[in-house]
Design a binder for this molecule. Structure first.
Ligand SMILES: *Cc1c(COP(=O)(O)O)cnc(C)c1O
Length: 404
């Protein structure tokens, strides 16, 4: 707890205090070698993170947004094509699609997980698209453009239901790029493969963010692409570095999107703790579930299907009285978050996509109801009990009022 008794949504300071010696020694060794870009720290991190994800390759880049953009371009998305994703995500998912030259179309999400709903995806592909026999491609009726890829977002640290998504992708010859920016270490049990599969190892490529507040966070901006495809990996390596594999020999126009060595060194230190931190998040989520179980009326707790092992990037409850609950908690010194208040199809930035309110009712309802409670590995039991007690008190109060 901070000195003033306030409980933050997340606390990065506690983590850094515990690791201070290791983290400062990374900085000292970078100063001595003056190796700030590329080099052994970056390569070491890439090796270790690929292994962590169960992917063949990892390419460190400047941010999660870079990772998404480079993954899409390297996968071969062409300007003018359509990419399908969900409306309840951080804007970077769609920015990356636009910046790869493609156009976004949305499908609504599953009521309980807030992740891409395979049935709605199938419905979209079957009723909103038509098969063009000549090009052998699926064409979006709305835009008249070929559909090229699906970007499921593993929201809040829980993977989307991947087998049916992969099956649809295969049937319609589409690529799958995972937005794994909130899902470092999350797992999905694939009935088809009869084994657990990790985020970032399932699609053609996966994109990760190491923004400071993510489960694995840098001390600055950082991201990574994971893939099992050697060619795609090489293309991302070149895209992040001005389209060159050899200095000043540019095969194509790329970007300045490299992972810097300091962040790579910091991430290597933190990666060793990630399995433990993820387990702590899971335990805290299970404890919240217990503590909040007594106020089921009017409060919906996170849903974890049996095929999912989430890493609880966020612990998200739902209530129709979300804004009032948020104010009640704020008055008690408890910070909360809303991920996210306005679905992307209703953002001013995407007016040109031509959607309107009511197009994605599940995502729109979620935007009105979701509330992220404080959750981070260092959250202590007394804090957590206080959060739960305040939530329970509010729900009981408002529920008994509504009875009269
Ligand atoms: C954080 C995040 C991103 C973007 O990552 P940055 O590192 O901030 O660029 C993309 N998608 C989702 C779902 C995210 O949570």
């Amino acid at each position: 707890m901070t000195h003033n008794g306030k409980i933050p949504l997340l606390d990065l300071v506690a983590q850094h205090e515990a690791l201070e010696d290791e983290l400062t020694s990374v900085f000292k060794s970078a100063l001595v070698t003056a190796g700030f870009i590329g080099g052994p720290l970056v390569e070491g991190f890439e090796r270790e993170f690929a292994q962590f994800c169960g992917a063949e390759y990892c390419i460190g880049v400047g941010s999660g947004t870079d990772a998404l953009r480079f993954a899409l371009i390297a996968a071969g998305i062409q300007p003018g094509e359509t990419v399908v994703t969900v409306p309840n995500t951080f804007i970077a998912t769609v920015e990356a699609i636009s910046q790869a030259g493609a156009r976004t179309e949305f499908v609504d999400v599953d009521e309980r997980t807030c992740n891409m709903d395979p049935d709605r995806l199938q419905h979209y592909l079957e009723t909103r698209c038509s098969f063009d026999a000549q090009s052998r491609r699926l064409i979006s009726r709305k835009c008249g453009t070929p559909v090229a890829a699906i970007v499921p977002v593993h929201l809040y640290g829980q993977m989307a239901e991947m087998d049916p998504i992969l099956e649809l992708a295969e049937r319609y010859n589409l690529m799958v790029i995972e937005d794994a920016c909130q899902a470092h270490g999350a797992e999905y049990f694939s009935p088809k493969d009869n084994r657990w599969r990790k985020a970032g190892s399932v699609g053609r490529a996966g994109a990760f963010s190491f923004y400071p507040g993510k489960n694995l966070g840098a001390c600055g901006e950082a991201g990574a692409v994971t893939t099992n495809d050697a060619e795609l990996a090489q293309k991302v390596r070149m895209l992040r570095d001005h389209g060159q594999a050899q200095k000043y020999y540019h095969e194509f126009e790329g970007y300045n999107g490299r992972l810097d060595a300091l962040q790579a060194g910091i991430l290597r230190v933190k990666l060793r703790h990630l399995p433990d931190w993820n387990q702590k998040r899971r335990d805290l989520a299970a404890r919240y579930n217990e503590l909040l179980a007594s106020s089921p009326n009017g409060l919906t707790l996170p849903y974890e299907p049996t095929w999912s092992r989430g890493v609880y990037h966020l612990y998200v409850v739902r209530t129709e009285n979300r804004d009032a609950l948020r104010e009640h908690l704020a008055a008690a010194g408890i910070a909360t978050g809303i991920h996210y208040p306005i679905p992307l199809h209703l953002q001013n930035a995407y007016r040109s996509l031509g959607y309107q309110g009511g197009d994605f009712p599940v995502a729109e309802k979620a935007a009105r109801e979701v509330l992220s409670l404080p959750l981070y590995p260092e959250l202590i039991p007394v804090q957590q009990r206080r959060v739960a007690a305040e939530v329970t008190e509010f729900i009981h109060k408002t529920h008994s009022q509504s009875v009269f």
